[in-house]
Write a protein of this length. Structure first.
Length: 185
């Protein structure tokens, strides 16, 4: 596989005001729905998820995903998942690996040579660091029809300007809008 063939995507779900989680880290507002008549139905999730070769997430996202898995099952299936953390966390699935080290080395030496499609699925601090280091090819931002007014912001304190190129916009019947941006290098 060519290293150039690998795409690193940040995927984040946010409210209209850019909040990705309430202060208590809850995301119950994800189930907010509306009805957008011109929107499309949901995509074929199963086929789409099979296209993702590896997930990367921060420790708090991992802990939250583990909590949710008790009720809903592990959302990331058997896809290799790398949790970036300096803490010792419980790992109860063979496809999950804890990583503590240089992010550029992780992407350039481990992810790009081995996967076509890598998705960073949280959290905000890790996403900001990936952007700062120039490790991201695209951002997929799913905006839900709700204003939360307070909470953890996706792009809070990025500290640098980043030009984007809009590749695609999709409106769904649920009222969610997905924006797909390519990062200009």
């Amino acid at each position: 596989m060519s290293i150039d063939a690998c795409k690193v995507t940040i995927h984040m779900v946010a409210s209209v005001d850019g909040v990705i989680a309430r202060r208590d880290n809850s995301v119950s507002w994800f189930e907010t729905a509306d009805y957008y008549e011109k929107g499309i139905g949901e995509q074929d999730t199963e086929a789409f998820l099979k296209s993702i070769g590896c997930y990367v997430m921060g420790s708090r996202t991992y802990e939250h995903a583990r909590e949710l898995s008790a009720s809903y099952g592990w959302a990331y299936g058997d896809t290799p998942t790398i949790v970036v953390t300096h803490r010792s966390l419980p790992v109860d699935r063979a496809n999950i690996e804890l990583y503590s080290g240089d992010l550029k080395k992780l992407v350039d030496e481990r992810l790009r040579p081995n996967y076509d499609n890598v998705w960073l699925v949280g959290g905000a601090m890790l996403a900001r660091e990936f952007i700062r280091l120039g490790l991201v090819d695209e951002i997929r931002l799913s905006v839900l029809p709700v204003i939360l007014g307070d909470g953890l912001l996706f792009f809070d304190q990025l500290g640098q300007e980043q030009a984007l190129h809009l590749k695609d916009v999709t409106g769904y019947k649920s009222g969610m809008v997905e924006l797909c941006y390519e990062l200009k290098k």
